[in-house]
Design a protein around this ligand. Structure first.
Ligand SMILES: Cc1ncc(COP(=O)(O)O)c(C=O)c1O
Length: 320
């Protein structure tokens, strides 16, 4: 199975029609399709949704809202550098947390130990590979009890759910990426989701230079109407894409017993199909190098180091 973008060619006429409409409307940004995409995402995710030009813009909007400058933020090391870099860009200090071997996501025990040591203002959970962090319930409960902001990196998690709960529902805000390899892609793009109305209002201003009162100090993180039209069309296809990937995963399972095994009630978006034995045609590692190593933090994270060397990804792409 070769890489293919999760776009259904049967949707091309819809894209052409939308592009014609956009050209005719003379409104190429912040128009009908941006709102349509946000509304569709909000309906699907049951959370307020604001479209951005990237995951990074969406993350910066929330980090700015929570005013984390000078504060400590816990972050798993097993993630893309985007997560710690956005946090550093917002002026916060990052302390890295280990992951579990069974889900590749943040370890509750190490998170608790680091939270007691560093007293963080916020904690990142990253849903690695398309499933949800298996310990998200415990992490969210801990954050609530201790008044810690919970941020969910949902970059991989489009289409995932756990007993009907969606990515971003546990945290104060969540962030999707629509980068070109993701399950839903607009080429480039992102979506902030949140149950908090004030986060949503802040995000809308942040992506647009704080217009019009300029109290919010954002920059330009707007999505174009062309990207938003593709996003809206892709959102309508998402269930089909996820069903396709889940059916395909079922055919892989008997061959790969040593793999990530999902808990009851969890549906993965299968951005990746992760196994723990070497395979011939791996699409590579999710991450080859852990962030604490790249940023040269002097901290021992044995599971993160183990994961970097001991997982492989079986190709899994939507290709009807
Ligand atoms: C876990 C994770 N977080 C954040 C990002 C950043 O997303 P973007 O490139 O849309 O800014 C990515 C991927 O690109 C990612 O994999």
């Amino acid at each position: 199975m070769n890489f293919s973008i999760g776009f259904d060619k049967r949707d091309l006429p819809k894209v052409h029609e939308a592009f014609d409409k956009i050209v005719a409307s003379n409104k190429w940004t912040e128009g009908y399709y941006t709102e349509l995409f946000e509304n569709k995402w909000a309906d699907m995710n049951k959370l307020g949704s604001v479209a951005f030009s990237s995951w990074a813009g969406a993350a910066l909007a929330a980090l700015d809202f929570y005013n984390l400058k000078g504060k400590t933020v816990l972050c798993p090391s097993n993630t893309f550098m985007a997560t710690p870099l956005a946090t550093l860009q917002a002026g916060a200090e990052v302390q890295f947390v280990d992951c579990n071997k069974f889900d590749l996501c943040m370890s509750f025990d190490d998170m608790k130990a680091k939270a007691e040591k560093y007293k963080p203002a916020a904690i990142w959970v990253v849903h690695i590979g398309g499933h949800l962090a298996f310990e998200i319930e415990k992490i969210a409960a801990y954050c609530k009890e201790n008044n810690i902001i919970l941020l969910e990196d949902c970059a991989h998690a489009a289409g995932a759910s756990w007993n009907g709960k969606n990515p971003g529902e546990w945290g104060d805000a969540g962030f999707y990426s629509f980068y070109a390899t993701k399950t839903v892609t607009t080429g480039e793009g992102g979506m902030l989701v949140s149950k908090h109305k004030d986060v949503i209002e802040h995000a809308k201003k942040f992506r647009n230079y704080g217009k019009f009162d300029y109290v919010v100090r954002g920059l330009n993180y707007r999505m174009t109407e062309f990207q938003a039209a593709i996003g809206a069309i892709e959102t309508d296809r998402l269930k089909e894409i996820i069903d396709f990937k889940n059916d395909y995963a079922l055919t892989l399972d008997p061959q790969y017993n040593n793999r990530i095994k999902l808990p009851d009630g969890m549906i993965s978006g299968y951005y990746k199909y992760i196994v723990f034995d070497p395979i011939e045609k791996s699409t590579g590692k999710v991450y080859d190098e852990q962030c604490h190593r790249i940023l040269k933090h002097d901290v021992e994270l044995p599971n993160s180091d183990w994961v970097a060397g001991n997982h492989w990804c079986v190709p899994i792409y939507y290709n009807p």
